[in-house]
Write a protein that binds this ligand. Structure first.
Ligand code: ADP
Length: 619
């Protein structure tokens, strides 16, 4: 596995600053409360330390009652006020933390949904997202970030306060210089070991999470197999439960085995630091007791020194490990930012799609070739074709010949590897992406219906025109089924979000998908075999009925069954990623020796006549 590249100080600082800015952008109130809590939460410890020393000395030296009372009132009053403020801030922080995580999750979701379609299947991006999400869930990135900010403020405040209150200790003559030196040396040793152990620990953690990415993806996939009820039928029918459970358990065991190994290493690393810091504490007590016995330090000051030096010790090692954690987290944040920095080249165009009254739009594929991400084979090879808006175009060919790829390129789900696609003579990459996308209504073979209401599925929006949704559903042949639904278009599909949700058949799902294409009312409608599960005659019926509904719009019909699209003005024939023929049904059929003629004859048995044909439609 490749070793992580070491970051320079400048890069560390830039990433940390960017992350802190992001924290403030995500939730400013949370960030401010965190800093406030850290600062005053540290300061509050010194109020009793400082005033108790004053109080003890006042009692010891027999000061007036007023002075003693004043110190008591000041200690109690100040701690009360600060505690009140802190409690308030902690409540706000606790409430705000839920919002922070919600915003954070939303950042991921938004990026995932906006990510170029071609990117979401690239293995390197899938792994990057998986790793970043997994690290975030484990606490790196966000949790580490805000706790580091809090700890930095807290430890710096404690160190500053402790040093200012113990500076006078180093002036105490009764304590020999060698002891003071030993104290500083002990402190330094704790710091150095802290640097070493946290660096080592982080290296162990990084290596562990790197190794776990694949295991985590596997575990998630097995989890989906187990919990997704749509797979439940095949699991039961084919007795796949043992295989899935076995593989899932194996993945879990491998993960926990690595986890235990990692924690064992961390435990051994932390032991010396515990021993060292306790030795140092012991030394501090000895030195101070010696000073008291010599009577050179007041009793009040002793209490103050002990408390402050102990706090200083903790804060120094805490600050060191916080710095180390900030540095370590920067590697995670770098990965996190690298995911969010993936450019969306699809969004670079800015031209608006010309609104032409004469409807004279035409689309041209100019020597277009295309390879899917991470593949070597070309799915499309030197494709040249031109068609006019308003035309009914059929795209036919065997399975795997490139028909869907052709449509995906037309709709900018991918950009061509070579060549260009023009809309009215302009490269489609130059158009504003959202606007260009809005001119297409596509129903793919593997269309998705969400577990939302029927109407929301049709409108592909939360709010929609109910009357229009009902009309298009009726036109798509879903009217009878809709009439049986008690909540009409507000009926939920499936039971994920509503107990009243309904199950629908494959054919009914297709009708909803077709209604969605009609609702959008885009100038281009594409049907990419959403009817593949139907028999050839039913597909022909759906296509020709849909053709009537599509009116003046450009409609592109895709099928591997030639007869389904024979009503189209023109037919494009694909074979092995190339357009091998183009023309009307009649002309193509007359070209003996052509692909269309060959396929037509091969499929002719299915188009003889209505009923018998359904019976034999095993295709
Ligand atoms: P058709 O629609 O004619 O059945 P496709 O356009 O779906 O054919 O596929 C054309 C070729 O591209 C096939 O060889 C197929 O395996 C390949 N292909 C399709 N989708 C992907 C993908 N997402 N990644 C890699 N290869 C793909």
């Amino acid at each position: 596995m490749k070793k992580e590249e070491k970051m320079k100080w400048g890069e560390h600082s830039a990433i940390f600053r960017r992350a802190v800015k992001m924290l403030f952008r995500l939730d400013r109130a949370f960030a401010l409360c965190t800093i406030f809590n850290a600062f005053f939460g540290s300061v509050i410890q010194y109020v009793p330390i400082y005033f108790s020393a004053k109080l003890i000395d006042a009692i010891w030296t027999g000061a007036a009652k007023r002075e003693i009372f004043f110190y008591i009132a000041l200690t109690v009053g100040l701690t009360f006020l600060l505690n009140l403020l802190l409690t308030l801030c902690r409540v706000v922080e606790n409430i705000k933390i839920a919002n922070l995580y919600r915003e954070w999750e939303w950042m991921y979701s938004k990026k995932e949904m906006e990510m170029e379609y071609s990117c979401i299947e690239r293995r390197e991006i899938v792994l990057l997202l998986e790793r970043s999400r997994m690290e975030s869930q484990t606490g790196y990135n966000l949790y580490y970030l805000y706790t580091s900010v809090r700890m930095l403020v807290q430890y710096i405040t404690v160190i500053a306060a402790s040093i200012s209150l113990t500076a006078s200790f180093f002036g105490v003559k009764a304590v020999p210089g060698s002891m003071k030196l030993a104290l500083v040396a002990g402190l330094l040793a704790t710091v150095l070991y802290g640097i070493y152990s946290t660096a080592k620990e982080e290296a162990i953690n990084q290596e562990f999470w790197k190794q776990c990415v694949n295991l985590n993806i596997l575990a998630e996939k097995y989890g989906i197999c187990i919990s997704d009820y749509s797979m439940g039928m095949d699991i039961r029918l084919y007795g796949m439960d043992e295989k899935i459970a076995g593989e899932s358990l194996k993945t879990d065991m491998e993960f926990y085995g690595d986890y235990i190994k990692k924690d064992r290493k961390r435990l051994f690393l932390s032991l010396p630091s515990v021993v060292l810091s306790h030795l140092l504490r012991f030394g501090v007590y000895m030195i101070l007791i010696m000073a008291v016995m010599k009577g050179t330090v007041s009793v009040g000051s002793i209490a103050k020194y002990v408390a402050c030096i102990m706090l200083l010790l903790d804060a120094v090692s805490g600050l060191v490990s916080t710095f180390q954690r900030v540095f370590a987290n920067n590697y995670y944040l770098k990965r996190f930012f690298s995911y969010f920095d993936i450019k969306n080249s699809m969004y670079q165009g800015s031209l608006t799609v010309e609104k032409r009254l004469d409807n004279e739009y035409y689309v041209e594929f100019k020597d277009v070739s295309f390879r899917y991400p991470d593949t070597q084979e070309y799915a499309l090879n030197h494709v040249n074709v031109k068609f006019k808006v308003g035309e009914k175009l059929a795209v036919v060919g065997m399975n795997g010949s490139g028909k869907t790829t052709f449509i995906k390129l037309l709709c900018r789900l991918y950009d061509p590897t070579e060549g260009e696609i023009l809309l009215n003579g302009v490269d489609i990459r130059k158009y504003d992406y959202d606007e260009y996308m809005s001119i297409f209504s596509v129903v793919f073979q593997d269309f998705t219906l969400f577990s939302f209401t029927v109407g929301q599925n049709v409108a592909a929006a939360k709010e929609y025109d109910r009357e229009r949704a009902r009309k298009v559903l009726e036109r798509a042949g879903f009217g009878e089924r809709l009439a049986t639904m008690s909540a009409g278009t507000d009926t939920y599909l499936y039971k994920d979000y509503s107990e009243q949700g309904v199950e629908i058949s494959g054919g009914e799902a297709q009708k909803i998908a077709l209604a969605r294409a009609l609702y959008k009312d885009a100038p281009f409608i594409v049907l990419d075999e959403p009817t593949a599960a139907l028999d050839p005659v039913s597909e022909y019926e759906v296509y020709s009925k849909f053709n009537e509904l599509s009116g003046e719009r450009t409609a592109i019909y895709i099928s591997h069954r030639l007869a389904s699209c024979r009503f189209c003005d023109n037919i494009v024939v694909f074979d092995a990623g190339r357009i091998v023929q183009y023309g009307t049904h009649k002309a193509l059929l007359e070209e003996e020796g052509g692909k269309y003629h060959e396929l037509w004859n091969a499929q002719a048995q299915y188009y003889v006549s209505g009923k018998e044909e359904r019976a034999q439609s095993a295709q």
